[in-house]
Structures are given as structure tokens and as C-alpha cells.
Design a protein around this ligand. Sequence first.
Ligand code: SF4
Length: 396
Amino acid sequence: MYNETVMARATIEQKLDLLGEQARYDVSAPGSRPAEAIGAHQSTDCTLTGLERCIYPAAAGGRCMPVLKVLMTNACRNNCAYCALSAGTDTPRAAFRPEELAHAFIEMERRGLVQGLFLSSAIPSDADDAQALIVDTAKILRRRYGYQGYMHLKILPGASDPAIEETVRLASRVSVNLEAPSADRLARIAPDKDFSRELLGTLQKAVRHAAAVGMPSGVTTQYVAGAAGETDAELLHTSFRLYRSLGLRRVYYSAFQPVAGTPLDGLPATPEIRERRLYQADYLVRQYGFTVDELVFSADGSLPLDRDPKLAWAAAHSEFFPLEVNTAGREELLRVPGFGPVAVGRILAARRQGRLTDSRQLSFFGVRLTKAAPFITIGGRRVAGSVGQLSLLADD
Ligand code: SF4
């Protein structure tokens, strides 16, 4: 049983400090870390203790904004092996009342510190009871304070269908954390959770309700990458089954970090570069026309860490290159390292005006020429290097 008395008299600032910092495990943007948003925002009025630890960047609607990311409570009945909040850890416990959290958020929003709320929670007892506190907080913001802005609300595993529906009606975005790509993998790290019924089933219900109300920012999920011994191939195959079957807006990958006092505290941390490679691979399939099966995996199902997945594919397909930029189609150009969708669009538009003759035109369109040069010709001439000279390419 968790210790629920330690912070019974905690101030709002102490709760924001603790429950904001511990909300870092819920991903609001690829690679999001606390307080990164503050520097990008005009206000520097962060004098309340803990604010720098509860403001995070969040990606939604094609932009990134600072949000208050916080837990209703960190008291949890469950024993997920990777989690700092599991019942077996001795972390101090605290909880917000909906009124105090709603008031704290609206004060921060009115001071210009944040532009949205990301609200999650641990599960002290019944999932619906915990979900009701999230809903009550959101209702106060929407109805009492008239707040119309961004709210990402977590849907907790095992929440009932009415609780999911009510959450969806109040939110701009909802998410359900799958944590692992399959029931077998989940059983290794979260013995209290049922993958099919509590996680996948809850995700499916959230998607159904979100579609019914036309939720603006859609439904997302996330994994703890590297906690359950899963491979990159497993993660990506599950992600794209979900993108296709449920129309998820995003899948997030959170690199596992061992937490002292948990059963996995001896497991090595997942390198951040693995998390980055997963996002790059996810992006290639969503935006560049690749399939998961085309990506280059090692025999153990890992993405290469020493180069990005597009460069790895290009290095493995010398028969595809060099491509002539004056004649190649959009799908072909998108496979060239250093070419992105915007640059390809500009190239195609420019070709309608005349032939491309100079590599400086490509740079002007946004092509990263140091990456692209070995893979293209312009007017039949190589730019520099060759497919065999990949070592010349800087990997970023
Ligand atoms: S349900 Fe699991 S992951 Fe969520 S807070 Fe509780 S122990 Fe942590």
C-alpha cells in the first residue's frame, strides 16, 4: 500500500512541484522534457516554486506550445515495474482537489505562462473514481471559468464507457497509454494491467467517442521503449496497425529510464538515440510513403543507431540511385536522404517552370545537400560523392 499521508498538508506550489515533475513520464511531444517550453515563451514570470518543473512543450494542431502537465494524484494501487509511482515505491504521495487544480491552471493561463493543460493521474483505487476527478477538473475549467483552450486528458486503463465518453466531450485530445506493443510484453512490466480489455479496449472506445464528437486533436498513445525487451520492429508494427485500424493521431515512444526502488532499477536506460530513431522511422512511414517492412532492421529487430532510418534504407538500396531530380516522381524524391516533403513540393513546382540545372537551387528549396549529393543527379551530372561514400555524410 502506498504512503498517502506524507503530503496531506502540501501547498498548491508543493503539489505542482511534485505532481508536475512526476508527470514527465507522459509524453506531450517527441522528446519533451520539463521547462523546455519556458525559454521559447515570452513570459519569464515563473516565480512560484515548481513551475519550471510542470511546464512542458506540447505538440498539437501543427504547433508547439507550453502546457501545464500535471497529475491529479501520484498515489497508485498498481505495481508497474518501470514506474516511479507504483505502490511499492516510497515516493511522497499527494493529490489535487479539482477546484484547486483548476484554479491554479487558470491563474497560470491568465498570466501567460501556459497555453494548455495536460492532465493525467495515477489510480489510487477505482479507475472510474480517478477518471471522475480528471473530468471534474475539466468541467470546472470549461464551465465555471469558460476556458476554451487546449486540454489533453488522460483516459485511465479500465475506465468505463460512460467515463470515457464524458472525458472525450471535454477534451481537445485524449490518450490511453499502451506501454508495450503486445499482451506478452506488457505482462512483463505491468502485471496488474490487461492489455486487450483495459488498454486496447479503452483505446478503441476512446477513438469511437472521439470520432462521434469530432475531437480536434484526436487520440494518441505511448510506449515505454526498452522496458519489456521489445524490439523496434515490434513497436513500429503495432504502431502502424493502430494508425491504420484506429486512425490514431500520434504514437509516442518514451525511452525507459530505470527508477531506484522499482523491479527494473537494474535494467540499463534506453539510449535517447533509440527513441529518436523510432520517431524518425514513424515519421518516414506516416509522411514519406515507406512501409514498416521496408525499413532496415538488424537481425534482432533493432533500427540502426548510427544513422537515421532513411539513410540506412538508401545505403541498402544502391540500385535505386542516383535519381535525376528533373524526372523523378514525388514518391521517389521523398526517398532521397536530405529531401523532405516541403523541398520536394518546391522542386516539383520549379520543374513546371523549367529544368533544374544547379545544386544551389536545391539548397534554396530546402534540400540538405550534404546528405542528398551522393544520391542524385542534376541534368545528368553527379553533384558530389557517390552512393558508396556514405561515410562522408553527417548523420543528424
Ligand atoms: S498505473 Fe502503473 S504506470 Fe500508471 S501510475 Fe500506476 S504504477 Fe505508474
